[in-house]
Design a protein around this ligand. Sequence first.
Ligand SMILES: [Fe+2]
Length: 195
Amino acid sequence: MSDAATAPADASTKLPRTPPQILGPFYPFMQTPVETGDLTGNGGARGTVLYLSGRVLTETGQPVVGAKVEIWQANADGRYAHPNDENPARLDEKFHGFAVTRTDAEGRYHFKTVRPAAYPAAPGRWRPAHIHFSVTAKYEQLVTQMYFRGGEYNDTDPWLNSAARKDLLITDPQPVTGKEKGAQAVTFDIVLTRG
Ligand SMILES: [Fe+2]
């Protein structure tokens, strides 16, 4: 282990830890996650293709290598393929909304998915579009959710607004060229304490 990795961190230069969020009722315990990184059924799923990637880092900026990164999400119509989901929105048989991967030597992960839609969580209350994450490393597991800049309901969602630093959970997708028409790319870096 290098000196950089073992030296005490200067508190002024620590990265802010990614805030936790609830697991929620739709963790797909009954499904097998996709391990190829592609949730779109080789592009067959409805919606805007989203290339989602990022790094898992310690608060001193070291890459967390080999961390397990799971994501699960609603489809482009706001529906989870989960028996707990009573939303009447359409299912998408081509979309597999559950995936797992491991971070590489630089702490990076990559998924190809679609942008999820907002969905009704209770009468009169909607959840903004989001993607659930569970990151398991050597010492820690972080369960959180990432959101989208400008997302409808971002300002009223109790879970997003419970985060100490909600700005760290709000991502900003950008158009990407050379991919599917209208595809977007987004970066979501995740900071653990020790990894
Ligand atoms: Fe959700």
